[in-house]
Write a protein that binds this ligand. Structure first.
Ligand code: ADP
Ligand code: MG
Length: 614
């Protein structure tokens, strides 16, 4: 396409201005993305990534691509130096991943960069060192064909930016997600990833780059064969766009969004509307607050898509956003409907989808809000409750058994109900009724008390976990058969980070070479049958919460435990269990709300009832 020794030219000003300048490198993962994209643009068949210190010490990418001439190597670090885009027209017909000629210049401005490169036709290679933006002269050096770019001590000369980096575990997770996305976009290229002393991934090239089978194999190599077996193919071609790729079966949902990949013309992109389009196709198939796996490739005329909204090129805009949204949603729905686990999906009113409020949030699946009115805030409730919950269970006026079938479901109050009982809990005679396996209803002096069993249990578990973490002495139960698993690399990093607190909670965990983790013991109070997956789920939950909340580790961990292990809605409880739940709830420091603020209970007063019957 281009020849001679000088492929790199400085962009005309008009073009440079059209492409608004901005920050390319926000974190180690952005440097990784730029470097690997350059390797892919250079036609590499093999890309090796080396990371140290979660990328803040070293991000190095070595490829076997075309390499650079000596003059190009020296030029590559200048801003707007690119071999890929010379005219404004080119911007609309972009075939390469890079085009701004900004990445190397930006990276070199904030790190210590070393470039080694050689073209197949050149005798000797070239080495260029750039330190905080000042590229020193290119010098000859022995080098294999291809390019190696090492980025050391990112932000070493911008302390504010360096301080802004998140914990190593978080930066590492971003690096991994970036790596995963890039490798998914090119299943025909082989990749390796090393972090410090660990080889994290060794991904073989899959021939037929463009083929779904190649993509599926890459997914299996990255995320395991479980996921491979749970892939649902997605394929549709319209005049505007072609969609292909996979979504995970609903049961393969996760609590974090880490495994969602979107590509437009093979470029890794982010699009909140399209994430939402996929999520809404999964509506009612997966629990609220969980996320499906997807790796979807959109192909369309580059004229319809603007990849230049953001300097890091991660965000896209379509000229017909609504159309793309509706199409993605419909196509994913169709794919799911064709898979065998969904006998029937309601028809999708396509036209009205975009802009509609994000999926109805159905915590009120049983219509209880309509029945009881909006829940009072815990604060408003507290004084009333203290007065009414002094421990006396009193008779409600006896309902006429013939009035309503509905009423018949409520057990009549035991005639001896005023016998002794715990001052704060409910007495042994209290009538407890589980409504739809979700709420516990009990009469109190001033009316009815309704507990959300899940919210209540979350509060209890949360306070218990906090206490255990503070004391550091969680009782442990030894597992008869140690549970071995191989967490995804970001989870492994997190497990190591949290090891101390996990031990405090009662986990006995050992790390083996590679990614093998062996769980030999779990906290003593883990429910039977739950021992095997608890740690895995816990870590995932922790990761999700941490992203949302930014609380101290221990608090996040306690919340994660509560969410992971609390009784679910839909779980049938025996009388003693309900009683215990209520007793423990009222023994809590803050019984009125779950750790995230959802109320644990609401009260329906007899006054209120009387009003409704007036
Ligand atoms: P862009 O990718 O937007 O062109 P970069 O700053 O990322 O800008 O790179 C500048 C130029 O350096 C590229 O256009 C390319 O010519 C050259 N280059 C960078 N990395 C490589 C590589 N791994 N192999 C070959 N050439 C490269
Ligand atoms: Mg580039």
């Amino acid at each position: 396409m281009f020849d001679g020794d000088r492929l790199i030219r400085v962009m005309p000003d008009a073009l440079a201005n059209k492409i608004a300048a901005g920050e390319v490198v926000q974190r180690p993962a952005s440097a990784l993305k730029e470097l690997v994209e350059n390797s892919l643009d250079a036609g590499a068949e093999r890309v090796d990534v080396l990371l140290k210190g979660a990328g803040s010490t070293l991000v190095q990418v070595v490829d076997d691509g075309v390499g650079m001439s000596r003059s190009d190597a020296a030029e590559a670090f200048r801003r707007h130096a690119t071999s890929k885009l010379y005219t404004l027209e080119d911007l609309d017909a972009l075939g390469t991943l890079g085009f701004r000629g900004e990445a190397l210049a930006s990276i070199a401005a904030v790190a210590q960069v070393e470039l080694r490169t050689r073209r197949a036709t050149d005798e000797a290679g070239t080495r260029v060192v750039a330190d905080g933006g000042l590229a020193r002269d290119a010098e000859p050096v022995g080098a294999p064909v291809g390019t190696s770019l090492a980025v050391r001590n990112l932000f070493f000369n911008v302390p504010a930016r360096r301080a802004f980096l998140k914990t190593p575990a978080t930066e590492y997770r971003h690096l991994l997600e970036t790596f995963q996305a890039l490798t998914l976009s090119h299943p025909g290229v082989s990749f390796t990833l090393r972090h410090d002393e660990d080889e994290v991934y060794r991904l073989m090239a899959n021939p037929d780059d463009d083929d779904d089978a190649a993509l599926a194999r890459r997914i299996a190599d990255l995320f395991g064969h479980d996921l491979h077996d749970a892939l649902v193919p997605v394929a549709e071609t319209t005049t505007y766009l072609r969609i292909r790729g996979f979504v995970g079966r609903p049961e393969r949902h996760k609590r974090s969004r880490g495994e969602q990949f979107l590509f437009v013309n093979r470029r890794v992109v982010k699009s909140r509307p399209l994430d939402h389009a996929v999520a809404s196709a999964f509506e009612r198939l997966i629990p609220e607050g969980t996320h499906p796996f997807f790796a979807l490739f959109l192909e369309m005329d580059p004229a319809h898509v603007d990849v230049n909204v953001h300097p890091s090129k991660a965000e896209v805009k379509f000229d017909d956003e609504r159309g793309v949204y509706a199409l993605v949603r419909a196509v994913v729905r169709k794919a799911l409907a064709h898979a065998d686990f969904v006998p029937e999906l309601p028809p999708d009113p396509l036209a009205a989808t975009f802009g509609a409020a994000p999926a109805g949030h159905t915590s009120d699946a049983f219509g209880t809000a309509a029945m009881f009115g909006p829940a009072p805030t815990p604060d408003a409730l507290l004084p009333q409750l203290d007065a009414s919950f002094e421990g006396r269970i009193v008779h409600l006026p006896e309902p006429d058994p013939t009035v309503l079938e509905e009423e018949m479901m409520l057990p009549l109050v035991d005639a001896n109900a005023n016998a002794a009982h715990d001052a704060k809990g409910v007495g042994p005679e209290a009538v407890l009724f589980q409504l739809h396996d979700t709420y516990i209803v009990t009469p109190i002096r001033s009316g009815l008390l309704v507990l959300d069993q899940r919210a209540a249990h979350e509060r209890i578990l949360y306070e218990k976990a906090r206490a255990t973490l503070e004391s550091g002495f969680g009782l442990s139960q030894q597992l008869l058969f140690p549970h071995t698993f191989e967490p995804a690399a970001p989870d492994l990093a997190l497990l190591k980070e949290l090891q101390g607190d996990l031990v405090a909670l009662g986990f006995v965990v050992e790390f083996f070479s590679g990614r093998t983790v062996v769980v030999r013991g779990v906290p003593a109070d883990v429910r039977a049958g739950d021992e095997r997956s608890i740690l895995e789920d816990l870590i995932e939950q922790f990761r999700t919460l941490r992203e949302r909340l930014r609380l101290p580790h221990r608090d996040t961990l306690a919340r994660a435990i509560a969410r992971r292990s609390a009784i679910r809605h839909g779980q049938r409880l025996a009388q003693p269990e309900m009683r215990l739940l209520i007793d423990q709830l009222f023994a809590c420091e803050a019984p009125m709300a779950a750790p995230d603020g959802r109320p644990t209970l609401v009260r329906l007063s007899t006054d209120e009832l009387a009003k409704r019957f007036a």
